[in-house]
Structure formats: structure tokens, C-alpha cells
Design a protein around this ligand. Structure first.
Ligand code: SF4
Length: 302
């Protein structure tokens, strides 16, 4: 899950580092939890410096009061940090109701969610949260291949990811999912990406982002150790191969807005699936013969 530091609209005494999805660049961010309640995915360096905690209601309320005075017209809110959905349903409802009362033009409230968070909520709870204004989740699928999911210590299986996402969709949530090219290394590349396409097809999220694995210093050794065998990273041609297999094999039941335009990617690509499949594939294939068009490695970051 991923990333980019927030442009702070108002100084709220944020607990850094602070992350939000790229599409929340113009949202107001409230940190209702700190860190990630799981914090074990071997590729993820986001919250390694933080202990997970839930912020007291009074602090959250004060910040909402403060921002609502300066930005009463706010339309989009992102609840940080890594998994605000880990909060109890009653606390979330308290936050959602208060936000609604303070921001009359609110159109969207979103947060990151792990499959585990989603599965811990009953369908009634998800329905209730959706009806009270929480309407979008960002879910890191990363891979649909069970062996790789285990090696990256994701704490989920393909089955649990599908089940979690289906339940969220059924309760009316917009889903934006992320997958990671290259996360199985050379050995698992084909299985990783085919299984990922299968899981994505079954979930059919509203949005899908394909990022590319870049291991930061803070997790490099841990990732290699947990992988349990030699991990050989993919070169740019193999990353384009994965992208081609992914796009070729996604057969969604509803239209998916697809993007591979993250800072980590070799090239910015996007379109709607399945409508733009041929166009995307033709671009990916043409890039194989033009390495000079790919983003220089030094400019790529996770
Ligand atoms: S659940 Fe998300 S934030 Fe937490 S460790 Fe895994 S990838 Fe990172």
C-alpha cells in the first residue's frame, strides 16, 4: 500500500510518516489510527517506525472542529493511517456522523483496508458503515498467488482476499485495489501474475493500480529473509511481460479503471478494462523494443 506524503492543508500535528493514496491528493486527511495493526508485510516500509494505536475521540473531534472552520466546503476525506477500518464499528460511526455534521458538502470518505479488517466486520456492520458515509476502500491485493502471499507475509490468501472484497462490494463500497508487479521474482513470475489476474477478475474492483516492487533499505533484508529462497528481481522486459499477462488475463464482470502510472512503474499506462485492453497491450508490446522510453531507474520509487 502506497503512498506519497500528504500536502498538509492545515497543521494538525500529524504523526509522521503519513501516507495516502495518490487519488486522495486533494482530500483532507484525519489520522484516526496511527500505524498499521498488522505491520508485517515484508515489502512494506510504511509504518515500521510506529506502534499501532487508536487515537482518542477528543483528539479526533478537536481536529475535525479545527478543519471544519477553515475548510467547511470539504468534499473528500481520507481516514489514515494504515487501516482505519480496524477501529470498532461504533467508533467509526461516531467519526462518520461527526464528519457529516461538520462538512455538509461531503461526497466521499475513504480509508485503507486489509482483507482481515473487512472479514472482521459482519455484513450488517459493513452495510451500516456504508450507509453512514464511508464509501471507498483501498485494498492491497499485491498478488493472487498463495505461495507468494505467504512468502511476503501478507496475512491473507487468494480466497480470503476474494471473499473480503466481494463482501465490501456487496455492501456498496467502491473498491480501489493494488497489485505489485515483480513481487514473486523470476521464479514465481508467471504464476504470480496469472493468479493475480484471476483474483482481480473475481473481485472486479472499480479501480486497479499495478505498482512495481521496489524494496527500500528498511525492509530489503527482511524481505529476502522471509522469501525463504533466492529472490531474483525482474528486469524491465520481464516487468513488461507481467503487465502484458496481467492485462491479457483480467476478465472483469464490471468495468475496471486500470492504472500502471505509479512512481514505481517503468512507464505510465492506463485505460478501462476490458474496453481498452487491446490499446494497452499494443502499447506494452511496443515498449519492449524501446527501452529508451522507459522511466530511468533512478526516478522510480515505491
Ligand atoms: S497491511 Fe498495508 S500498511 Fe500494513 S504492513 Fe501490510 S502493506 Fe503495509
Amino acid at each position: 500500500m502506497y503512498y506519497g506524503v500528504i500536502p498538509v492543508m492545515i497543521e494538525l500535528g500529524y504523526d509522521y510518516p503519513l501516507y495516502r493514496p495518490p487519488s486522495e491528493a486533494n482530500s483532507v486527511i484525519f489520522q484516526v489510527t496511527l500505524g498499521c495493526s498488522f505491520n508485517k508485510c515484508s515489502f512494506c516500509n510504511m509504518y515500521r517506525t510506529k506502534e499501532y494505536s487508536e487515537r482518542p475521540w477528543e483528539e479526533i473531534k478537536n481536529e475535525i472542529d479545527l478543519v471544519s472552520k477553515s475548510y467547511p466546503q470539504t468534499e473528500k476525506i481520507f481516514l489514515a493511517d494504515g487501516d482505519a477500518l480496524n477501529l470498532s464499528t461504533s467508533r467509526l460511526i461516531q467519526i462518520l456522523d461527526y464528519l457529516k455534521g461538520k462538512f455538509p458538502n461531503l461526497k466521499r470518505i475513504s480509508c485503507y483496508a486489509m482483507p482481515k479488517n473487512l472479514l472482521q466486520k459482519s455484513s450488517d456492520e459493513l452495510n451500516l458503515l456504508n450507509s453512514r458515509g464511508l464509501n471507498m476502500f483501498y485494498v492491497g491485493i499485491e498478488t493472487g498467488h498463495d505461495i507468494v502471499l505467504k512468502k511476503i507475509t501478507k496475512g491473507a490468501t487468494a480466497k480470503s482476499i476474494i471473499e473480503a472484497c466481494r463482501r465490501a462490494k456487496k455492501s456498496g463500497f467502491i473498491l480501489s485495489c493494488m497489485v505489485i508487479l515483480g513481487i514473486g521474482g523470476k521464479k514465481y513470475s508467471v504464476e504470480h501474475i496469472k493468479e493475480t489476474a484471476r483474483v482481480v477478475s473475481e473481485v472486479s474492483p472499480n479501480f486497479l493500480a499495478a505498482l512495481t516492487l521496489i524494496l527500500e533499505d528498511g525492509v530489503y533484508d527482511e524481505f529476502m529473509h522471509k522469501f525463504g529462497e533466492k529472490f531474483e528481481p525482474l528486469d524491465d522486459t520481464s516487468l513488461l511481460d507481467e503487465l502484458e499477462i496481467l492485462v491479457s488475463n483480467i476478465k472483469p464482470s464490471t468495468s475496471v479503471v486500470f492504472r500502471a502510472n505509479h512512481a514505481s512503474n517503468v512507464y505510465s499506462i492506463g485505460g478501462n478494462l476490458p474496453d481498452d485492453k487491446d490499446k494497452i497491450l499494443s502499447l506494452v508490446r511496443s515498449l519492449r523494443g524501446h527501452p529508451e522510453l522507459l522511466k530511468p531507474k533512478i526516478l522510480r520509487r515505491f
